[in-house]
Design a protein around this ligand. Structure first.
Ligand SMILES: Nc1nc2c(c(=O)[nH]1)N[C@H]1C(S)=C(S)[C@@H](COP(=O)(O)O)O[C@H]1N2
Ligand SMILES: [Mo]
Length: 376
């Protein structure tokens, strides 16, 4: 379960204003949905998923162990299978060409709380997702300076956050070298035009457009090029998805799983709110749609239980791993209950499914989102 907490209450209770990089004006108005205790996992309220950019103060936060101390002098070490190992300050990094990419950050576990049968883990509903404009430098430019050798098949990524005790594995991830050298993969130090906050990985985090949040390593301290994937629990055991869909509730053996990568096509209804009471006449349904595989091609809305589907209008720029706002208006002339559902299709013709693929960790819930309200 989650509860709503006013930002002000939360801040007073935890003194985390620095961590979240909040401004005074943002505090009073914004609320986050708190999923669990320490470290706090904070969800973006559904009502905010109706615009192209998610404001920093309501951008979801997910950390396994919580942030390390803020250290703007932390160097980024580039080591392993490279000709020239590097140790770069933030200033050194800023010598590379700066780029800004607008894209979605979604936790693989977003929607886990909607899986049936239930699976363990943070019971996220719709809010472990947001879109921001990320500014930084291309990872490929930095790797080119270090000069990868033939053994460089994976980039192992380590953050500065430490597990709560030595028996808990460290948060280590890796991405294949091709993904590291993709021009969209960036080392980011700004988010929506502001310096990255500690909660979101300051001073430096990885941004991997189109790929699930677990690859977006925060508080990045070391990148090691190597032959193998990263060792340890978070790469070898966690973040695995069945190669073929199985029966809901039936365990999947490790050899039938592979690491999660691209985010499957999904759309979400931000408005109206479930259970809202609205006047007769024009109704507007709106939300966001995205896919890590390809740009969004179309979004359709049904208000008759799926008998007919109407094309929604799309706003914003199309792109891989980039969300667009969709909108659909219709006249409701008779009072009563209205139910809308939405499905998105991307340019590779991946269609959002009626039911999500159940999997033991509850990743990538992307079933048709349904919302009902009362018209009177
Ligand atoms: N160092 C480090 N990086 C991390 C994590 C973490 O626990 N430690 N969590 C990851 C996960 S699972 C997600 S979904 C995203 C969340 O990023 P956000 O808190 O900025 O929304 O950060 C990723 N990067
Ligand atoms: Mo995540």
């Amino acid at each position: 379960m989650h509860r709503v907490i006013a930002r002000r209450t939360f801040l007073t209770a935890t003194g985390a204003s620095l961590a979240l990089g909040l401004t005074r004006s943002a505090r009073a108005a914004d609320e986050l949905l708190v999923h669990g205790g320490a470290p706090q996992n904070l969800a973006t309220p559904l009502a905010h998923l109706d615009r192209l950019v998610t404001p920093n103060p309501v951008f979801f936060v997910r950390s396994h162990f919580g942030p390390p101390a803020l250290d703007r002098a932390r160097k980024l070490v580039v080591e392993g299978a490279v000709k020239t190992p590097l140790s770069l300050s933030l200033e050194d990094l800023k010598a590379f060409p700066e780029v800004t990419i607008t894209c979605v950050l979604q936790c693989a576990g977003n929607g886990r709380g909607l899986m049936s049968p239930r699976v363990p883990g943070v019971q996220w509903l719709h809010g472990a997702v947001g879109q921001a404009a990320w500014t930084g430098v291309r990872l490929k430019d930095v790797l080119a300076k270090a000069g990868a050798t033939a053994d460089a098949l994976h980039a192992r990524l380590a953050g500065a956050d430490l597990p709560p005790k030595p028996t808990v594995p460290a948060y280590l991830r890796s991405i294949p070298i091709a993904r590291a050298n993709d021009p969209s993969t960036i080392l980011a130090y700004r988010m929506n035009g502001e310096p990255l906050s500690l909660a979101h990985g300051a001073p430096l985090r990885l941004v991997v457009p189109g790929w699930a949040g677990d690859h977006w390593v925060k508080w990045l301290g070391s990148i090691r090029l190597q032959k193998e994937e990263a060792e340890g629990f978070y790469m070898q055991t966690a973040y695995k998805f069945p190669v073929k869909p199985g029966e809901p509730g039936v365990p999947v053996p490790p050899e039938a799983m592979r690491s999660v990568t691209t985010v499957p096509v999904k759309s979400t209804i931000a408005r109206p709110e479930e259970g809202a009471k609205l006047p007769l006449g024009e109704q507007e349904v709106a939300g966001v749609a995205f896919s890590g595989e390809a740009p969004i091609a179309e979004v359709e809305v049904s208000t008759d239980g799926g008998k007919t589907w109407k094309k929604a209008t799309l706003e914003g720029e199309a792109g891989v791993g980039r969300w667009q706002v969709w909108r659909h208006r219709f006249e409701q002339k008779t009072p009563g209950k209205v139910e809308a559902m939405v499905r998105a299709t991307d340019a590779k013709r991946n269609v959002q499914p009626e039911r999500a693929v159940w999997n033991p960790s509850g990743y990538f819930w992307n079933a048709w989102h349904k919302v009902s309200w009362e018209v009177a």
